[in-house]
Write a protein that binds this ligand. Structure first.
Ligand SMILES: C[S@@+](CC[C@H](N)C(=O)[O-])C[C@H]1O[C@@H](n2cnc3c(N)ncnc32)[C@H](O)[C@@H]1O
Length: 191
């Protein structure tokens, strides 16, 4: 799991290195305590150019993320809410980086597809999405990668080490941002 965390942080660093010194907007859905994004930002001297929204349902985890975020130079809002509600993102979208980490392993395949199809509502053109999914059988990641391509994304990387079941994908949105449909609800955690 720490390797997965390191891999997600590495993708965040690549994104920040590539976009430096421009201001960037970041969304993290189901952020937990924010350790991936906040851990990456904590060691950067350019965190002040980051604006972002972290959405987490659990009150304790959201409070922990908020306390960490408050100590950083980045301008981050932590909202305790249902990250599946499109309306939550009205002020934060379109983003330049969207984190969907620890989400696809906890929702149905149908909801994974629906969420990927909705990501153009959250992404500016050229935005990157970093996502994770375990590869325990039946491995859904081949279909996840196909769904991203069908939704207008190009694959930048797919890290899936032999001997481990975690994987981290990074996709670039090559299409035009779609308007947010605020009444939409994209997924429900089932695990
Ligand atoms: C597997 S953890 C992932 C945390 C973090 N993104 C990571 O990858 O380490 C899933 C998180 O999603 C949160 N969660 C579950 N359902 C949610 C929902 N509908 N909206 C927001 N957060 C939710 C859980 O409380 C938990 O913190």
């Amino acid at each position: 799991m720490n390797d997965r965390l390191d891999s997600v942080r590495q993708s965040i660093h690549h994104f920040l290195d590539r976009t430096r010194p421009a201001p960037v907007r970041i969304i993290s859905a189901c952020a937990g305590d924010g350790r991936d994004l906040l851990g990456a930002l904590a060691i950067r001297d350019d965190a002040g150019r980051v604006t972002g929204l972290l959405v987490e349902y659990d009150v304790t985890l959201a409070a922990r993320a908020r306390a960490t975020a408050d100590g950083l130079a980045a301008h981050l809002t932590v909202t305790c809410a249902d990250a599946a509600d499109a309306a939550i993102y009205a002020d934060a979208a379109p983003a330049d980086l969207v984190l969907m980490c620890g989400v696809f392993g906890n929702i149905s395949d149908r909801d994974i597809k629906r969420t990927i199809e909705a990501l153009p509502q959250l992404c500016a053109t050229d935005a990157q999405v970093v996502w994770t999914r375990h590869r325990a059988e039946p491995d859904v990641t081949p279909r996840v990668r196909k769904w991203f391509l069908e939704a207008g994304f190009e694959e930048i990387s797919f890290v899936a080490p032999d001997g481990d079941t975690w994987s981290v994908g990074t996709h670039r949105f090559a299409g035009e941002r779609q308007p947010l449909e605020p009444a939409d609800h994209w997924f429900t955690f089932v695990r």
